[in-house]
Write a protein that binds this ligand. Structure first.
Ligand code: AMP
Ligand code: ZN
Length: 506
C-alpha cells in the first residue's frame, strides 16, 4: 500500500530568484503567507502572456491553500503611467476616465479564467500619499534627490547591494552616460526616477514633494509595505520585471527600512506564441478575448496556460490549445462516469483490491509531490491523467467499487482545487466576449460557429428535455428525436443515463 500523506501537508519548495535555489515557502509569522504580485498596467486588454503570469500565481496561491496555508495576497493596479497617459490623451479623456474600462475588463478576464481574486487589490492612484512619504524618507536618508525640473531620483550609490536579485553585471552602465533625454540632470545615469515632475497636460498630484506623479517602482514598494509590512514572504511577477523593476523595488524599500523587503522572489517565464515572441506586427498577439471569439473555451485556455510549469518556457500553439480542449473533455467525462454510475458496494469478503487502491494512492501522492516540487504542474497533471487511464480500465473490467469511486472523486477534488477545470462554466465567458464584441463593433472577429449557434437558456433546455421524456413515454419517437436534433444544433448534447437525462453544452 502506498503511504498516505493526509496527516502532514507538504511544504512547498519554490525556486527563489534571490538565493538561486529551491527554498521552502512557509509563512514567516506562522499564520498566513504574505505575498505581493505585480498587477496589470491598465492601458489595454490583457494578453495571454499577462494571463500566463497571473494564472501561475493563481496556481501558487491555490496550492498553498490546499496545503492548509492561508494567504494574504496583494496585487496592484498600475493606473497611472506613460502608456496610460499617452492612450488617454489620444482618446481625449483624463486618465481617470480612460482606465476604468480596462480595470473592469481585466477582472472580467480573470473571472473567465477562474483566477481567484487576491485578498487586496491596490490602485496606484489611491496611494499617492504613501509613495510621497516613502520618497521623503529616502530623501531624509540622503538616498533621494530632486533635479531642477522637480523630479526625484533614487541615488543608486546609496544601495551597494543593487543587482543582488538579477545578478546583473551593471559595470557597463557608466556614470554620466546619457540614457534618456528627460534624465540629463541625474547625478548618475544609473539613478532611477521615484517621482516625475508634472508636465503640461499630464495627470499630476500636488504633494509635499512637489507637483507630479509617481514612478512605477515606488508604487509597488509603497503598496506592498502598506498592506504586508516592511518584510514579507513572497513577491512575484513575470521574468521581465526582475530587472529593473524588482531590483529597484528592493533598493528603495531596503534603503528606507534597513530590513529585507521580500524574502522569496518568484518569476514566471515568458510565453512564446508558435515559437516566437508575441507581437502585434508578427500577427501572433492574442488577448484572452481574441481566443474566446475564435471559439476556444475558457477552461481549455486556463489548462493550456498552466500545464507547463512556470519556470519553463511555454510555447503557446493552437495545436496545444486543441489538446487542452480534449484533455478537459476527458476529465469531465471521467468525472461524470464516476458520479453517474451505480458502482457496486464492496462486500466484506472481497477486501481491498490492491491494484485499484495503489493507483489511487499513487495518483494522490504524485500530484502533491509534483506541486510541492516547485509547482510542477505538468507532472501533477500527468499523475491525474494516469489515474483516469487506469480507472477507466478497472471500470471496464468491473473492478471498481463504490468506495473506490468516492476516493477517486476526492483526488479529483484536490486536483480541481488547483486546476479548476472540471465544472463546465464555459458558456458564460464566451457569451460575454460575444456581447463585448458586438458592443464594441468587433462583430467581424466572432467565429461563425459561435454566431450560428443560437443561444438557449438552461430553462428552455430543461423544458425541451421534459417534453422529450414525455414524448418517449407516449412512444412518439419521431418527436423525441426531433428535440434531440434541435438541441444538438444549438450545441446541447444529451446523454441518457440510468439516472435520467443529462445534458451539456458543447
Ligand atoms: P503589464 O500589464 O505589462 O505590467 O504586465 C502584467 C504582468 O504580465 C507582469 O507580471 C508581466 O511580467 C507579465 N507578462 C507580460 N508579458 C508576458 C509574457 N509574454 N509572458 C508571461 N508574462 C508576461
Ligand atoms: Zn511591481
Amino acid at each position: 500500500m502506498s503511504k498516505t500523506i493526509d496527516s502532514e501537508p507538504m511544504t512547498l519548495r519554490l525556486f527563489n530568484t534571490l538565493t538561486g535555489q529551491l527554498d521552502p515557502l512557509a509563512p514567516s509569522d506562522g499564520k498566513s503567507l504574505r505575498m505581493y504580485a505585480c498587477g496589470p498596467t491598465v492601458y489595454d486588454y490583457g494578453h495571454i502572456g499577462n494571463f500566463r503570469t497571473f494564472l501561475q500565481v493563481d496556481v501558487l496561491r491555490r496550492f498553498l491553500k490546499l496545503s492548509g496555508v492561508p494567504v494574504l495576497h496583494v496585487m496592484n493596479i498600475t493606473d497611472v503611467d506613460d502608456k496610460i497617459i499617452r492612450n488617454a490623451a489620444q482618446a481625449g479623456v483624463p486618465i481617470g476616465e480612460y482606465t476604468p474600462r480596462f480595470v473592469d475588463a481585466f477582472f472580467e478576464d480573470l473571472e473567465a479564467l477562474r483566477v481567484e481574486r487576491p485578498e487586496k487589490i491596490a490602485r496606484a492612484t489611491e496611494h499617492i500619499e504613501r509613495m510621497v512619504e516613502l520618497v521623503q524618507k529616502l530623501a531624509a536618508a540622503g538616498a533621494a534627490y530632486q533635479t531642477e525640473d522637480g523630479s526625484w531620483y533614487f541615488r543608486l550609490a546609496a544601495f551597494p547591494e543593487y543587482g543582488k536579485l538579477s545578478k546583473k553585471d551593471l559595470s557597463g552602465m557608466e556614470d554620466g552616460a546619457r540614457v534618456d533625454v528627460d534624465e540629463y540632470e541625474k547625478d548618475s545615469a544609473r539613478d532611477f526616477a521615484l517621482w516625475k515632475a508634472a508636465k503640461p497636460g499630464e495627470a499630476s498630484w500636488e504633494t509635499a514633494i512637489g507637483r507630479g506623479r509617481p514612478g512605477w517602482h515606488i508604487e509597488c514598494s509603497a503598496m506592498a509595505m502598506e498592506y504586508l509590512g516592511e518584510s514579507f514572504d513572497l513577491h512575484a511577477g513575470g521574468e521581465d520585471l526582475m530587472f529593473p523593476h524588482h531590483e529597484n523595488e528592493i533598493a528603495q524599500s531596503e534603503t528606507a527600512t534597513h530590513k529585507p523587503f521580500a524574502r522569496h522572489w518568484m518569476h514566471v517565464r515568458f510565453l512564446l506564441v508558435e515559437g516566437r515572441k508575441m507581437s502585434k506586427s508578427e500577427g501572433n498577439f492574442f488577448t484572452l478575448r481574441d481566443l474566446l471569439l475564435k471559439g476556444h473555451k475558457a477552461s481549455a485556455i486556463r489548462l493550456a496556460l498552466i500545464s507547463v510549469p512556470y519556470r519553463h518556457q511555454l510555447n503557446f500553439t493552437f495545436e496545444g490549445l486543441t489538446e487542452a480542449t480534449s484533455a478537459v473533455e476527458r476529465l469531465r467525462t471521467f468525472h461524470d462516469r464516476l458520479t453517474n454510475t451505480r458502482w457496486p458496494a464492496k462486500n466484506e469478503a472481497q477486501g481491498n483490491d490492491e491494484e485499484v487502491a495503489k493507483a489511487i494512492g499513487t495518483a494522490k501522492e504524485d500530484f502533491y509531490a509534483a506541486l510541492a516540487n516547485d509547482l510542477n504542474t505538468a507532472e501533477a497533471r500527468a499523475a491525474i491523467f494516469e489515474l483516469v487511464r487506469k480507472a477507466n480500465t478497472f471500470a471496464d473490467a468491473g473492478k471498481l467499487h463504490e468506495s473506490d469511486a468516492r476516493e477517486m472523486l476526492a483526488v479529483l477534488k484536490d486536483f480541481d482545487a488547483v486546476f479548476d477545470v472540471l465544472e463546465d462554466r464555459d458558456a458564460a465567458p464566451t457569451q460575454r466576449a460575444i456581447d463585448w464584441a458586438v458592443q464594441s463593433g468587433r462583430q467581424a472577429e466572432i467565429a461563425p460557429e459561435l454566431l450560428a449557434r443560437p443561444s438557449v437558456t438552461d430553462e428552455a433546455i430543461e423544458a425541451l428535455i421534459a417534453e422529450r421524456t414525455e414524448a418517449k413515454k407516449q412512444r412518439n419517437f419521431a418527436r423525441a428525436d426531433q428535440i434531440r436534433n434541435e438541441l444538438a444544433e444549438k450545441g446541447i448534447i444529451l446523454e441518457d443515463t440510468r439516472d435520467g437525462v443529462r445534458w451539456k453544452r458543447k
